[in-house]
Design a protein around this ligand. Sequence first.
Ligand code: G3P
Length: 226
Amino acid sequence: MQFIIDSADTKAIRHCMEFFPVAGVTTNPTIISKEKSDFKQLIAEIRSIIGPDKMLHVQCTSDTADEIVAEAQALKAIAGGDFYVKIPVSAEGLKAIRILKGQGIKVTATAIFTQQQALLAALAGADYVAPYINRLDNIVSDGAHVVEEIVTLFKMHNISTKVLAASFKNVEQVHKVSMVGCPAVTINPELFDQLIYHPLTLYAVDAFTADWEMVYGEKKILELLK
Ligand code: G3P
């Protein structure tokens, strides 16, 4: 299963890269806008932080197939490395996906809310499809169930496209999609920290330290093994 950083905050990306087993970075126009910085430089900086082998997903901002294709080509030139253009699902978007696949540019179909959107994007040639979990949960749908059915559909029809679940607000949502076989999630940096947080873990470590220090004081293992 792949964990991806859903952020364009370079400090947060550095933090996640240092401590977590991440497969890359996803962005969208909202995430990029939050940084209020030069777009071209920001993409180049993110690439330099993550290196050429990690995935970098950047979303197009046009809505006609021809413009989406032109943006994807330009973005690939700037982003370099393992690049994916994110394209929201629409008729023009599906057309663009087909053209870009013919050109060897990898695509993530995004802003997905239904199983059939995901299926059509996959058949058009998308490498990943990105359903929005929290936004589905917010409308009394069930994000994890939508993911489960997309995963099943892809398996049933022998489709190699992967599900990249997005829009998470809590640990439970991430856990639920991982339990239905979702191969990839993209989550914000704060949620990475929450995924490994548990008060009983901190309590256990404090107790280990206290017991150790009763016998060995401040001395650590390396000092005792000298
Ligand atoms: O990658 C898409 C995702 O960032 C959307 O998340 O939190 O705006 O629903 P959110």
